[in-house]
Design a protein around this ligand. Structure first.
Ligand code: FE
Length: 288
C-alpha cells in the first residue's frame, strides 16, 4: 500500500513497527521530524521556501557553520542554562560560571608549568599580564590543575581558522598550576569578531534583523583531577557588544577588571615601551 496520511508517513520514516535501530535516535528524530511536519502544515510552508532552506543548510554545512548557527540560535546557551539548573538541583553550585565553548577550540596546545606567553606572532597590541588561582569552591588551591586558554588576535582572528595567517597554536596554551594553584600568562588583549561576511549564518541573522558580532573574550577549559571541568569565557570590559553578544555567552561574573600601567619604572621593569594592562581572575571548580 503506497497511499498514506501524514501520520502514517511519519511512522514509516521512523520505522516504528520494527524494534531494530536505536530507540533514543528514533525518539529524538521522531520528535523533531514530527514537529517539522506540523510546522510545514501550520505555517503553510511553500515548496520554494522549503527548498530555499535546504539550499541554505547545504551552504551552512559546506562552510562548517553549524557551530556558529547553534550559538546564534541560543542552543549553546540553552545547554548551559540546563546544566546550571541541574547542578543547582543537585546542590553543586558555587563554582565559576560556565560559558559556551564555541567552535574554535583546538586540542593539544603547548603545555607549560605555572606560566606562559600566549602571543608568538609579531603583532601590535595592548599587552596583558593575567594571573590568578584555581581553587575548589571552598577556596582551597588546586595544584596541578590545567588552564587551557585560547583567544582571537587583535584582528579578531583565531589561529588554525584564519587560512594560516598565524603560526600554529598562536594564542593557545595549556598552563599547569603551581603548588599554590596559581597560573599566569602574558598575551595581547583580543578584539571581538563577527560571523563571516556572506555566510549562511550572517544571512539567517540578517533575516532576523540581528547582527553576528561577539564582544572580545578569552576562552577557557579549566580542569583538575576529581573536579568538574569548567568551560568558560572571560570578557574584556568596555566592549560595545558586551551585553549584545550574538552567541549569548556573556555572564555577569565573567567580565574582568583591567588595570592600566604607564609608569616608566614599571614599563622598564617589564621591558615594554607602551602602557600595559594587568588583571586577575580566580577559577573555582565544583567536585565532579
Ligand atoms: Fe571566541
Amino acid at each position: 500500500m503506497a497511499e498514506f496520511s501524514q501520520a502514517e508517513l511519519l511512522h514509516k520514516v521512523l520505522n516504528t513497527a520494527q524494534r531494530e535501530g536505536d530507540e533514543r535516535v528514533r525518539a529524538i528524530v521522531g520528535r523533531i521530524v514530527g514537529d517539522l511536519f506540523r510546522a510545514i502544515d501550520d505555517l503553510d510552508i511553500r515548496p520554494e521556501e522549503f527548498w530555499a532552506a535546504v539550499g541554505w543548510a547545504n551552504k551552512a554545512g559546506a562552510g562548517n557553520e553549524f557551530g556558529l548557527i547553534t550559538a546564534g540560535l541560543g542552543l549553546d546557551r540553552l545547554l548551559d542554562i540546563r546544566q546550571d539548573e541541574a547542578e543547582r538541583a543537585r546542590g553543586m553550585g558555587g563554582g565559576t560560571e560556565r560559558a559556551i565553548e564555541g567552535p574554535l577550540y583546538v586540542a593539544g596546545a603547548p603545555l607549560s608549568q605555572g606560566e606562559a606567553r600566549l602571543d608568538g606572532d609579531p603583532e601590535q597590541g595592548r599587552v596583558l599580564f593575567m594571573e590568578g588561582r584555581v581553587t575548589d569552591v571552598g577556596g582551597r588551591p588546586l595544584a596541578g590543575a590545567v588552564v587551557d586558554v585560547w583567544h582571537a588576535n587583535t584582528r579578531g582572528e583565531y589561529s588554525h581558522f584564519d587560512g594560516g595567517r598565524q603560526q600554529p597554536y598562536n594564542l593557545r596554551r595549556r598552563i599547569v598550576t603551581d603548588a599554590d594553584g596559581a597560573y599566569r600568562y602574558r598575551t595581547l588583549i583580543p578584539s571581538g569578531y563577527g560571523v563571516p561576511e556572506g555566510s549562511a549564518t550572517g544571512d539567517l541573522l540578517g533575516r532576523l534583523g540581528r547582527h553576528g558580532r561577539r564582544p572580545a573574550h578569552i576562552h577557557y577549559f579549566v580542569s583538575a583531577e576529581g573536579f568538574r571541568t569548567l568551560t568558560t569565557q572571560l570578557n574584556i570590559p568596555g566592549d560595545t557588544y558586551l551585553d549584545d553578544d550574538y552567541a549569548f555567552a556573556t555572564r555577569d561574573g565573567l567580565v574582568i577588571g583591567l588595570e592600566r600601567h604607564a609608569d616608566p619604572a614599571q614599563l622598564a621593569a617589564r621591558g615594554l615601551s607602551e602602557p600595559f594592562f594587568t588583571s586577575r581572575f580566580d577559577f573555582a571548580l565544583p567536585r565532579a
